[in-house]
Design a protein around this ligand. Structure first.
Ligand code: DX5
Ligand code: ZN
Length: 211
């Protein structure tokens, strides 16, 4: 399993030390919230740039914003590997084209209540599908096991259509739920509070990678 720590629950007063403790991860997951698409505000391009400059990890940027189009160029950093937008956001097609123009991998995400069919019109254009396993907005919520149905359907669809997108999950991942995710076919797991509450994060990342 590839591991993408979410810095949302990191201690931002010691950010560079926090980033060092997770340097063996595969990607760094950054949650951008606008206070409109979700009932919370996190951080924007300036703090993201500062994080970018303090890590060698590729960035996996999760835009939980209503109008992602205007933000695409502002999050197009050298290390931005995936820019993920929500299918429930405005101007999805235009935003996908804008991300592709920046030569960044397109990610599409869906909230727990959104049916999988909502992302089908975009499936040929994405490198990543991010299945939310909690309601977006906050770290520390419980994993919604029912979302594994979406993961299994995506695995089938990918095979049937000969596609290559990766399947990522976000929310409530711990040592137990990651096993369920693995057996359902997930490629990348975002891990927030569970990882940042560990004494030895480096070792935990190694253990989670082996799942
Ligand atoms: C939730 C965010 C997640 C969150 C995950 O809206 O998208 O990335 O940080 O945190 P945990 O792992 O604590 O559920
Ligand atoms: Zn996220």
């Amino acid at each position: 399993m590839k591991i993408a720590p979410s810095v949302l629950t990191a201690d931002f007063s010691h950010l560079s030390t926090e980033l060092e403790t997770i340097a063996n991860a595969d990607l760094l997951h950054l949650d951008i919230m606008d206070g409109h698409f979700v009932p919370n505000i996190s951080f924007g391009p300036a703090i993201t740039k500062s994080i970018h400059d303090q890590t060698h990890l590729p960035l996996d940027i999760h835009l939980m914003v209503s109008d992602p189009l205007q933000w695409v160029p502002k999050f197009a950093f050298e290390q931005t590997k995936y820019l993920t937008i929500h299918v429930e956001a405005n101007h999805v097609s235009e935003t996908i084209q804008a991300i592709r123009k920046e030569h960044i991998g397109v990610g599409i995400s869906l909230k727990p209540k959104t049916p999988l069919r909502a992302i089908i019109p975009y499936i040929n254009e994405v490198s990543l599908v991010l299945v939310m396993t909690v309601e977006p907005g906050f770290g520390g919520q419980s994993f919604m096991i029912e979302m594994m149905e979406k993961v299994k359907e995506l695995v089938e669809l990918r095979k049937r259509e000969g596609l290559h997108f990766l399947i990522e999950i976000d929310g409530g991942v711990n040592e137990e739920t990651i096993q369920i995710a693995k057996s359902s076919g997930v490629d990348i797991a975002v891990v927030g509070s569970y990882l940042f509450n560990q004494e030895d994060r480096h070792q935990m990342i190694e253990a989670l990678k082996c799942v």
